[in-house]
Design a protein around this ligand. Structure first.
Ligand code: SF4
Length: 218
């Protein structure tokens, strides 16, 4: 059991949130408006796969489920890298069981560019941290990444994809990811429930889905 991008971001907001995700996920309560936002984000992500024309999607599900088969996705991605596929969507990578799936990986003359898609018009720091996690994992898989972009939702309805380059910011976070990813790996495996006092982290940057549980209403 390694760390994914979502695990990393949730664990950095609150280590107990990550622990509950792994050991007591049934306690989470996702507000309907948040679920709607997540669904809309997925739709925009699907649309953005075609922003550069033809592409290959790496998503593979475990038989009879909608659960991604990470190992099969990593394998499929490796095959497309070998084949020189120009645009690979949901490109999956694994390093010491830490895992990421990049929205769009686009081949350049000497390496690859990363595109992370966000269904919003504004760039937030959280998006840069998300992309930094992807960059960290892919770099450790020895793939040369040249530029990193966040694709925001632009105003043109015909082509609503607005990439913003964040390469410098993302590369600057490599050390920060490395400083925390291994602790989060250890922590999520703890058999004992973590003790964390509720505080600002329960609502910042996102309201925690275990709020009721930790605040005594669950
Ligand atoms: S409610 Fe607060 S303390 Fe509990 S898991 Fe969430 S962020 Fe952590």
């Amino acid at each position: 059991m390694g760390i994914t991008k979502t695990d990393f971001m949730r664990g950095m907001q609150c280590p107990k949130m990550l622990w509950l995700d792994k050991h007591k996920p049934k306690l989470k309560v996702i507000p309907p408006e948040v679920q709607e936002k997540l669904d809309a984000g997925n739709e925009f992500g699907d649309l953005a796969m075609g922003m550069f024309g033809p592409y290959e999607e790496m998503t593979v599900y475990r038989p009879g489920t909608h659960i991604p088969d990470k190992k099969a996705m990593v394998q499929r991605t490796a095959e497309h890298l070998d084949a020189g596929t120009a645009v690979i969507c949901e490109a999956a990578f694994m390093n010491y069981n830490n895992y990421c799936a990049v929205d769009i990986l686009r081949k350049t003359e000497t390496g690859y560019d990363i595109y992370e898609v966000k269904n919003t018009e504004e760039l937030h720091d959280q998006f840069i941290r998300d992309a930094a996690f992807q960059y960290y994992i892919i770099s450790r898989c020895a793939l040369k990444i040249e530029k990193v972009f966040i694709v925001l939702h632009g105003k043109d309805p015909e082509y609503p994809f607005s990439p913003v380059e964040v390469t410098k910011e993302v590369k600057g976070l490599y050390k920060w990811i490395n400083e925390h990813i291994w602790d989060l790996n250890r922590l999520q495996k703890s058999q004992d429930e973590l003790t964390v006092e509720p505080g600002e982290q329960c609502t910042e940057p996102y309201e925690c889905w275990y709020y009721s549980y930790c605040h005594g209403a669950g």
